[in-house]
Design a protein around this ligand. Structure first.
Ligand SMILES: [Zn+2]
Length: 321
């Protein structure tokens, strides 16, 4: 809270007093999480013979910003949050990482925030341990895209040391080439330059990264699915076991209260919003047609459910945990 002046604090404390709160409670207002953590930080479910474990990493309670959705107002966003049964005063962006155990392999799908994105996130490793999953035994890590909340869990905070040195890290080739290009730094908005610099300093030095092209099978029963737009190389992961399937959608429909209900809304985090919309509609239509489950990295925990058509948009029904 270094940007808060003493005067701001006094105002906050004064407001707290007016509300009958102890003023000591507002010393770090931005760090005070309003959403309770789930009672249990992991939830397991079966998809055919695959055991899927959803690991709660935390939540970002994002302040409203008129630039967040290009073609919707803050009031529209607030109304959409309320319609989804969520608080109106911020945008709930939880982080949930999925582990799939199938065919004797343990596969981590993205890597969490590593406690380096928001002060209210970074609980994945604790919840992984609680779920009985040994981080050192993870065989494969599938990466959907290179945004910080998906890859910072691969690197130690200050040193960039690999957190999973024994795992093979599989990444989309398009994504790798985009971020690893030294010329990209000049083209990126200011807020993304540091991310590109960190990627360029770290990933080329690691020997356990494998770039894959297209939509190959990258683990037993798991295939990459091209879903560009959010970033140039963004991928979903499709898990199939026996007659059951799960679409691990990652950030194709990141905050479902907003862009599942309103697939035409263009979010600021979608690098190419029109392409992201095409990918989103295609993926959601596929999940409906094939009658399969879907989970999402930023869906409300435990983040898995089903999709149906709903007027001009879609509706997500979450699995009960
Ligand atoms: Zn994300």
């Amino acid at each position: 809270m270094s940007h808060l002046s003493r005067r701001d604090f006094v105002v906050s404390a004064g407001l707290a007093t007016a509300l009958g709160l102890n003023s000591r409670l507002v010393i770090s207002p931005a760090f005070a999480q309003k959403t309770p953590d789930p009672p249990k930080g992991f939830v397991t479910y079966q998809v055919g013979s695959a055991k899927v474990t959803a690991l709660y990493d935390g939540i970002w309670e994002k302040a409203h910003d008129p630039a967040f959705i290009a073609n919707a107002s803050v009031d529209d966003v607030k109304a959409a949050m309320v319609k989804a049964g969520l608080p109106a005063d911020f945008v709930s962006i939880p982080f949930t990482v999925v582990v799939v155990e199938i065919g004797g392999k343990t596969i981590l799908c993205d890597s969490g925030t590593g406690g380096q994105v928001q002060p209210t996130a970074g609980k994945m490793m604790t919840n992984m341990k609680a779920a009985g999953i040994d981080a050192s035994k993870i065989d494969t890590i599938l990466i959907s895209h290179f945004h910080p909340d998906h890859i910072f869990g691969l690197m130690e905070k200050e040193t960039n040391k690999p957190v999973f040195p024994n795992a093979e890290i599989i990444v989309p080739d398009v994504e790798y080439k985009f971020w690893a290009d030294s010329a990209v730094i000049d083209r990126l908005p200011e807020a993304r330059k540091g991310l590109a610099r960190r990627i360029q300093a770290v990933f080329p030095t690691w020997k356990n990264i494998r770039q894959v092209e297209g939509e190959p099978e990258v683990a037993p029963g798991i295939r990459y699915v091209m879903a560009p737009g959010h970033t140039p190389g963004h991928r979903a992961f499709h898990l199939s076991s026996g007659s059951k399937q799960l679409m691990i959608s990652n950030d194709t429909a990141y905050v479902p209260a907003l862009v599942v209900a309103n697939p035409g809304w263009h979010g600021a985090y979608d690098q190419d919003a029109s392409t992201a919309e095409v990918s989103r509609r295609k993926l959601l239509d596929r999940v409906i047609t094939d009658k399969i489950m879907i989970c999402g990295y930023h869906f409300p925990f435990p983040g898995a459910g089903t999709i149906a058509n709903d007027g001009s948009g879609y509706a997500l029904t979450l699995m009960k945990s």
